[in-house]
Design a protein around this ligand. Structure first.
Ligand SMILES: Nc1nc2c(ncn2[C@@H]2O[C@H](COP(=O)(O)OP(=O)(O)OP(=O)(O)O)[C@@H](O)[C@H]2O)c(=O)[nH]1
Ligand SMILES: [Mg+2]
Length: 296
């Protein structure tokens, strides 16, 4: 019996709904989602497995012109996702008027087939959908254009069938039991980062990294649990103070929200301990970025 397997890269500007789309397609909350731009910092694989096929989606950071080393590393992750893909899903937000030339530059030279996804049509009228469809048809001449809502999972069924038609015959790349290439520790750190994106304004989310320093199975009075220690890294003392909040209230809130979601994700009882540490300008230092798992 023939078997299909291949890589599908989800790319586009920040905040257009790439992570929402990947989670909807995979059916799991793998990638964190926030209303802020530049939420995703790594390439994250999410797989759809059946007996007949394995589709490996790559969620990627939104494409920007990098201003510091961390953003450089984020764009390296995008580059990787473009070089090995069998298909590109270019996601665009119907309501955004941002300049997408940097994305188009990156995909202009490629031989990889492209499907355009016009996302967030839940808030748009049909006229705008038609107008944007025409625009992207002329601009990119893609294989196909879908108007979708990743959030409301609208028009995604037909999309999966179309995606499959671009997947070559190939044996599975990963074990069929796998959903992702990332570890539990990675997802735990991402969940904490999501809560920081949701609870703080301005530069705090962008100056923060989360490192899991311990992840141990343990026993509690009420049965087995996992003890997790997380280090939250910021760039300055002033940021540390904001993060902790008066009497530790803010950090406590973040810890509680994160713990609840980690329990949902792992299905285990969690004890979460957090520490805040200052590393001046970590976002601009290659050695720290490498330690934190960013590509160079
Ligand atoms: N109304 C509406 N909102 C959406 C839709 N899809 C995503 N969103 C919202 O758009 C925001 C950004 O979504 P993400 O999935 O994090 O976007 P992203 O492209 O992964 O963003 P980066 O990781 O920053 O590049 C979130 O607030 C989502 O809830 C949609 O179909 N309709
Ligand atoms: Mg994202």
């Amino acid at each position: 019996m023939s078997h299909k397997a291949g890589y599908v890269s989800i790319i586009g500007k920040p905040n257009v709904g790439k992570s929402t789309l990947m989670n909807a397609l995979v059916g799991e909350r793998l990638s964190i989602i926030t209303p802020k731009a530049q939420t995703t910092r790594h390439r994250i694989l999410g797989m759809v497995n059946t007996e007949e096929y394995q589709i490996i989606f790559s969620d990627t950071p939104g494409i920007i012109k990098p201003q510091y080393e961390l953003q450089d590393a984020m764009m390296t992750a995008v580059k990787g996702a473009l070089s090995d893909a069998d298909l590109i899903l270019f996601v665009t937000d119907i309501n955004e008027k941002h300049d997408e030339n940097d994305v188009l530059e990156k995909i202009a030279k490629t031989e990889i087939p492209i499907i355009v996804l016009i996302n967030k049509i839940d808030n748009a009228n049909q006229e705008l959908v038609d107008e944007k469809t025409k625009y992207w048809q002329e601009r990119l001449n893609p294989k196909q254009i879908f108007a979708i809502s990743a959030l409301h999972q609208y028009n995604l069924d037909g999309l999966l069938d179309t995606v499959l038609s671009y997947i070559p015959e190939h044996p599975a790349y990963f074990d069929k039991e796998e959903l992702t290439d990332r570890s539990m520790r990675f997802f735990v750190s991402e969940i904490i980062r999501e809560k920081i994106f949701q609870n703080y304004q301005k530069e705090i989310p962008y100056s923060t990294e989360v490192i899991i320093t311990a992840y141990k199975e343990a026993e509690s009075k009420s049965g087995p649990m996992i003890r997790i220690t997380a280090e939250i890294i910021v760039e300055r003392d002033s940021q540390k103070n904001i993060l902790i909040g008066t009497g530790g209230a803010m950090l406590k809130k973040v810890g509680m929200e994160a713990r609840k979601d980690i329990e949902k994700f792992t299905g285990e009882k969690i004890f979460l301990e957090t520490f805040v540490k200052v590393i001046p300008d970590w976002r601009s230092k290659k050695n720290y970025l490498k330690n934190f798992g960013y590509e160079n």
